[in-house]
Design a protein around this ligand. Structure first.
Ligand SMILES: [Zn+2]
Length: 561
């Protein structure tokens, strides 16, 4: 009679054999790389194995070789730095893609150059077609002053022009555009907007925040083909920069439809989380969608709101007036007129399980939103909500603790700090500037950061964001040691916030954000080791290869998988 232990041994041997036979080979192995995983359980590694769209092993090159089979593609990392793909927590993806084809005004260093470029573009623009984009920055002119329509009217008699300031919170319209929008000296300023006027009360062409909408609403919507073209340009650009996920703030529904179309065709090469505007809250509530609804390439379930304007346009909403404009403390957005309308919409969205992502820049705007978040928590009870404040630029000292208590995330864009840092102190004074882009103070208070760019407002390139977060060296070269250097992040902190932080901000930290077995294989191989080089050189680091779900979406050598 056989002993039970013999049967057990036989059984285990069979299981072992079945297991050994069923372990499949990896589709891809990246070996001989310097892997920074952003996973505290295994911080550094040499190699990664990928099967399908997932990582199946991380470790030494020898360990990971156990996954090698006949058909496994092997990439030699040549000792280069491999990171999880970057997840940009705040972009305007379609606008960014469109901008790649638009007139470029950001580096126009004088009003004459600004006008010259507009004239050049207008000459190539079909009659009645709008001339848009630009991202002008009058602070680069000497002396700096807002452009007026007179500068461009003689050059653009047949082309309606609505070119935007770099932060998007102001446009310059020419006379034809003002006429099409019906804006005259008699037009009152809309709630949440300013029509800039000359001494006689005539519009100068500069339109701030909600006043720009008067023009935007008469611009014909892009056709399906134009929109798709912009998104395809954006996807290509993201892949070339190692950006494997983006969180699209205030998309049009038509953008989401095109994402879906590209997904079906297998052409969506960047993962998208889309947050439509809160005035449309009823749509998502009606269908019963909750935060993070969708699949690995496309999710919705968030609501983007605007509490105020921007610092650059002097429309960020502060407790005290701007230091250089004693009568102006900024503007609440039109969505906040009245504030109870915003509260009601947020209550409705939260009750339905939607995530709130709220643009708030001035200290009073941030405080007001934290008040509303507090009221919601009181009304609906505690939950894992991951509320966000987008930008969270100028903090009141008292609000860091409230941020932490409510577990609100700061969705921040470090590049703005080195851009605005050139002139911010002149507008808000030293004390408020000391709590501006206060990334270190957020971390010290236990507030979680998600990093992004606000592309098309700032460049999508993550190397510029890392450089900005780590050096805080303003673009004018005047603060080489850092503007408010106490607020610098380390490279590791910045990478963590740009990968795991952003993944957490979209409820996807179990799926992505680190190079961990089981997670989606989204990775980027860099030309230089951002963790060891002089931080000043980070801005020059290039992407060698980008993988999304194990598929090569960019290769600097031009080869596509
Ligand atoms: Zn934005």
């Amino acid at each position: 009679m056989e002993s039970p232990s013999w049967w057990l041994l036989f059984f285990l041997t069979c299981v072992g054999a079945v297991f050994a036979q069923s372990q499949p080979a990896a589709d891809l192995i990246i070996r001989n790389a310097r892997v920074w995983t952003v996973d505290p359980l295994l911080v550094e590694a040499e190699a990664v194995a990928i099967l399908g769209d997932r990582i199946v092993a991380v470790g030494s090159s020898v360990e990971v070789d156990a996954w090698r089979g006949k058909a496994t593609r092997v990439v030699d990392g040549e000792g280069k730095r491999l990171l999880p793909g970057f997840n940009d927590a705040h972009v305007h993806f379609t606008d960014g893609g469109a901008q790649l084809d638009n007139v470029e005004l950001n580096d126009a260093a004088s009003p004459q150059e600004f006008a010259r470029r507009i004239a050049q573009r207008a000459a190539k623009t079909a009659k009645d077609e709008w001339l848009l984009g630009g991202d002008w920055d009058e602070t680069k002119w000497n002396p700096p002053h807002l452009p007026t329509k007179e500068l461009i009217d003689p050059l653009t008699p047949r082309t309606p022009v609505a070119v935007n300031i770099h932060d998007g919170h102001m446009i310059l319209a020419n006379s034809l555009a003002l006429r099409l929008a019906g804006i005259t000296a008699q037009t009152p300023d809309p709630a949440g907007g300013v029509i800039v006027r000359d001494a006689q009360g005539n519009p100068t062409g500069a339109l701030k925040d909600a006043a720009a909408d008067l023009v935007y609403k008469v611009i014909p919507a892009p056709t399906h083909e134009q929109r798709r073209h912009s998104i395809e340009r954006a996807l290509e650009h993201a892949a070339s920069l190692g950006v494997t996920s983006v969180q699209h703030m205030n998309p049009d529904y038509a953008d989401i439809a095109i994402y879906n179309e590209l997904l079906e065709e297998g052409k969506l090469t960047t993962r998208i989380y889309a947050a439509p505007l809160i005035p449309q809250v009823d749509d998502q509530v009606k269908i019963g969608i909750r935060h993070g609804f969708g699949g690995p390439y496309l999710r919705i379930g968030a609501l983007k709101s605007f509490a105020d304007g921007s610092l650059g346009s002097a429309t960020a909403y502060f407790f005290e007036p701007f230091s250089n404009q004693p009568d102006n403390r900024g503007l609440l957005s039109d969505e906040m007129h009245p504030i109870s309308m915003m509260r009601d919409r947020m209550m409705k969205g939260d009750a339905a399980g939607l995530q709130l992502c709220t643009h708030a820049i001035g200290d009073a705007a941030i405080s007001t939103i934290l008040d509303i978040y507090t009221e919601i928590e009181k009304a609906h009870g505690p939950a894992d909500r991951r509320w966000r404040i987008e930008h969270a630029q100028h903090m009141a000292a008292k609000d860091f603790d409230r941020f932490a208590q409510l577990r609100v995330m700061a969705s921040v864009q470090p590049y703005h700090a080195i851009d605005d840092g050139r002139w911010a102190e002149g507008r808000i004074g030293h004390d408020r500037a000391s709590r501006t882009y206060a990334f270190r103070t957020f971390l010290d208070h236990g507030v979680r950061l998600a990093l992004g760019t606000d592309w098309n407002v700032a460049p999508l390139n993550p190397m510029l964001t890392l450089y900005a977060a780590v050096t805080r060296a303003t673009l004018d070269g005047k603060n080489p040691g850092g503007w408010f250097p106490d607020q610098k992040l380390t490279v590791k902190e910045a990478i963590e916030a740009y990968t795991m932080g952003s993944a957490y901000a979209e409820f996807q930290e179990k799926e992505k954000g680190s190079i961990t077995a089981g997670k989606l294989a989204d990775m980027v191989l860099l030309s230089d080791d951002v963790l060891t080089i002089d931080p000043v050189k980070i801005r020059d680091v290039r992407v060698l290869k980008t993988w999304v779900g194990g598929k090569l979406t960019y290769d600097a050598e031009g080869a596509r998988q």
